[in-house]
Design a protein around this ligand. Sequence first.
Ligand code: GTR
Length: 325
Amino acid sequence: MLHFSKLAAAATLAASLMAGSAGAQTVLKSSDTHPDGYPTVEAVEYFGELVKERTGGRYAVEVYHSAQLGEEKDTIEQVRSGVIELNRVSMAPFNGTVKESIVPALPYIFRSEEHMHKVMDGAVGDQIKTAFEGAGLVALAFYDAGSRSFYNKTKPINSVADMAGLKFRVIQSDIFVDMVAALGANATPMPYGEVYSSIETGVIDGAENNFPSYDTAKHFEVAKHYSLDQHTILPEVFVMNKAAFDKLTPGDQAIFKQAATDSVAKQRELWAAKDAESRKKVEAAGAQITTPDKQGFIDAMKPVYEKHVTDDVLKKMVADVQAVQ
Ligand code: GTR
């Protein structure tokens, strides 16, 4: 043990001396709830490699995966206050603080993943990015997270009627709570890391997520009925503390932005592969996938839109999204 820590100290010293000879290196911390190898973790690592290369080693990124720095809500506070510089999280936990982030979280707002890409790569995406600045954050990139669907341990879901009375964990956003209520079920928002044991012990019947999360968080082991209702195609967001970003020179800011854009293409490729791989894996492990009639789910969402799309800004954004072909 002693031997190991001496070695580690020597390695750290050597690394800092090397960095010193090339000019001081600033290491930026980034959080992710997912395990090493997950597409978002890999994408931020790739971003870090590009930044390091393009700044001649002046900046590097260290990704703390597997929720090492805490659950999403906590790490969002950390990045807003500057305790960490970067964070890759879902857009949903921002719904209460960044109004414009509500739009991509609305159920069935996107017709397909292609539609989501067009919207998020276009004017509405830019509008959402600008809105994050109000929360002290620079939204560097939007990443793919496929579509979220319900899964539970109790029974297969083939229609809205089958949802009645079931208890689902939802991601921490009121939109998701209201969506579940509109489907006749009960929602409990809770941190991601508590979902497995809560399903196992019966505190909840299930949750809602995409295949890679259902797979890597092992939820398929405790909730085998997965219904492809695809209620949201909610992208992830990769954010940077605004004060930390503002401290960069204009040249470095451009490098960071370009590296983030480059990481999006990489993440989309990784995501498509992981989505297919995870689906295969959970099916082989016994997950039962049903394809419910989506129209019933879509029709039930009217009250969610009425409650959350309240002002003119949001109404216009929803219309703009719908107009994107
Ligand atoms: C995943 C998402 C995570 C986290 C999680 C959740 O799809 O990638 O960032 O938000 O869902 O449901 O908490």
